[in-house]
Design a protein around this ligand. Structure first.
Ligand code: MRU
Length: 359
């Protein structure tokens, strides 16, 4: 970590491995509150209700959830039931299943008595690996920003959607890692932050993160991206992802596809920061094969914010009784993706390039 990224982590194991401490992200940016989770049931709730969110952080949290199960009952039946329960917390981000499968591969062959120690060590390794992976993504993404800076004067203007920052991971973030490294290296940046309705992960979380780190940024309504691109105000788009198929289709926060369309129409490079843990090689056609989470209509019909008096309140946006739909993710076809920034380097979003990356 460097000065641009705070030492605070969105998850950490408590001393004695009695639990984990997380940031309750539902309360940001208005309140920074830590919560302690001690059981798989609490972990399931924290993932489902988005106290923690972002694909890599969901995976790491689920891994610790299984470690918490090993504190309680480490026999086969409890292990399998708990893994299935945690796996069902949210459907779209593949990191959840990836982390649980990594845990099960270690734990299943062991006798029950050896599982607790191994579970905590593996969950810690998943968390530590994530920090290293994201730093590597940062160095590869930084090279893209430096190439733009070398071509034209003034700040490099980056548009990002949702929050793929350190809050969404264990450290650095994926799409934000290049930004933090660039800022630390003195490369001037201007980041356009999509508000990201309905839950406003951009306005609430990315803006908070970038503000804390002193990275220049401006929040824009989700609908503004196309306009900014038409007027030459965006040099590059960096987004994260929740599941990428073997042929390079990218599932990410709802609205990502519209940004990719606008970027394509305006010749703006559109890059996806993809840790290898977010690649799902079992799927090809992202549009038809990825399960898209449908969340509560209330996230669309209501909005929370802080009043001038400092109170956080929720208000209703729509007429009484108005129905609302809330698909939480969309799929950007590979043809609209300029490249995937992985810990192993930047590759084309094609089946051949991905196969070569992960033989
Ligand atoms: O619903 P969320 O907030 O969990 O969605 C998060 C995203 O879509 C992120 O872009 C993605 O998980 C990548 S996080 C590094």
């Amino acid at each position: 970590m460097n000065a641009a990224v705070p030492a605070l982590r969105p998850i950490r194991a408590l001393p004695g491995r009695a639990g984990v401490e997380i940031i309750d992200q539902r309360l940001l940016p208005h309140r920074l509150q830590l919560e302690r989770l001690h059981t798989p049931a609490q972990v399931h709730t924290a993932i489902r209700d988005m106290w923690v969110r972002g694909a890599p952080l969901i995976g790491a949290t689920a891994a610790y959830g299984l470690a918490l199960q090993m504190n309680m009952d480490a026999e086969d039946a409890a292990l399998d039931a708990s893994a299935a329960f945690l796996r069902a917390a949210r459907p779209t981000a593949v990191n959840l299943a990836w982390a649980l499968d990594r845990m099960l591969a270690v734990l299943r062959p062991l006798p029950a008595a050896a599982r607790r120690e191994a579970a905590w060590a593996t969950a810690d390794a998943i968390a530590e690996d994530d920090v290293q992976v994201n730093h590597a993504i940062g160095t590869h993404g930084l090279a893209l920003l430096q190439a733009i800076a070398a071509r034209r004067p003034g700040p490099v203007r980056v548009l990002t959607h949702c929050n793929a920052g350190w809050l969404a991971t264990v450290g650095w973030g994926t799409a934000t890692a290049p930004l933090y490294l660039a800022h630390a290296a003195g490369l001037p940046l201007q980041v356009w932050v999509d508000e990201t309705r309905p839950r406003n992960q951009g306005a609430g979380l990315t803006a908070w993160e970038l503000g804390q780190a002193g990275v220049p940024h401006t929040v824009v309504a989700d609908n503004a991206g196309g306009h900014l691109m038409q007027h030459g105000q965006v040099d590059i788009v960096f987004v994260g992802c929740d599941r990428v198929t073997a042929r390079g289709d990218v599932c990410n926060k709802i609205g990502t596809y519209l940004k990719a369309l606008a970027a394509h129409d305006n010749g703006v490079p559109f890059y996806v920061a993809m840790p290898m843990s977010t690649l799902d090689r079992s799927l090809h056609d992202g549009l038809h094969e990825i399960e898209i989470e449908e969340r509560s209509a209330r996230e669309v019909t209501h909005l929370a914010g802080r009043t001038a008096a400092g109170e956080v309140v929720e208000v209703q946006l729509v007429p009484d009784g108005t129905p609302a739909a809330n698909p939480a993710f969309d799929v950007t076809p590979a043809r609209l993706v300029t490249g995937l920034i992985t810990e192993r380097g930047v590759v084309a979003a094609t089946a051949a390039a991905i196969a070569e990356l992960a033989p």
